[in-house]
Design a protein around this ligand. Structure first.
Ligand code: NI
Ligand code: MN
Length: 236
């Protein structure tokens, strides 16, 4: 069980969660105008992909192969990736399904969105709950939905990573409401300001969400490391 997690935002929806073992989620590095790292430099013990859109699947295959890391993703997308990459270890889970890698549990939860690869249907989109004593909910791309309260009840995410950019996902208005459903003590916004279509004011989101709910909204810079330890969360 990890004593702390170090969270690094690589821009857009891509994060590294370092529990001691590194989980890389939605590694859209190549072609991401805000990325400051190179895909060849990304270290991962596990790669998680929420859905097939190119700004999430991104460089997942290459990073998994470079690091000999498994990929955890939703079932049909996992099959698609596996059909072309027989060398990779792919854990293709469905909603409420979990898999464990290096003591880290990943559970697929709903996301209100769509999923395709190069225009081809790629199954359903997911959010992912990732836990090693400290629990992080990566919402993927999603609109707001009431069953976020079930995610709260079942998994008690300590940290929720929520899209705020609008157009393809929740904007700050819906994400503030979502924070109330999720009841995570920490919220980190994502999926904004990468492109003109998804402009958002993260500081305004922080102010409004903290005023409305008992949460801390952390707005990291790209490549800034946010450290959260178990003691801060009141966990023993
Ligand atoms: Ni998407
Ligand atoms: Mn997206």
């Amino acid at each position: 069980m990890a004593d702390k997690v170090e969270i690094t935002w690589h821009g857009h929806a891509c994060f590294t969660l370092d529990f001691g073992k590194k989980v890389v989620i939605d590694p859209f590095i190549d072609g991401n105008p805000k990325a400051k790292i190179k895909k060849g430099d990304v270290k991962a013990d596990l790669v998680v992909v929420t859905h097939g859109h190119s700004d999430h699947l991104g460089d997942a295959v290459e990073i998994a192969r470079n690091n000999k890391a498994p990929i955890v993703t939703f079932v049909e997308l996992g099959w698609m990736i596996g059909a072309e990459n027989g060398d990779l270890d792919i854990r293709a889970i469905n909603y409420s399904g979990s898999t464990e890698v290096n003591g880290i549990t990943v559970t697929a939860v709903p996301a209100l969105h769509s999923s395709s690869v190069d225009g081809k249907y790629a199954g359903n989109p997911a959010g992912m709950v990732i836990s090693d004593g400290i629990t992080v909910y990566h919402a993927g791309d999603t609109g707001v939905f009431g069953d976020m309260s079930i995610i709260s009840d079942l998994y008690h995410p300590d940290i929720s990573l929520l899209p705020i950019g609008g157009f393809y996902t929740m904007s700050t208005y819906e994400a503030t409401y979502a924070a109330g459903l999720l009841k995570s003590p920490y919220i980190i916004p994502m999926h904004y300001n990468t492109f003109d279509l998804i402009k958002a004011d993260a500081q305004k989101f922080k102010k409004e969400t903290e005023e409305k709910h008992q949460v801390n909204v952390i707005v990291p810079e790209v490549e800034e490391v946010v450290k959260i330890d178990r003691q801060e969360l009141g966990k023993r």
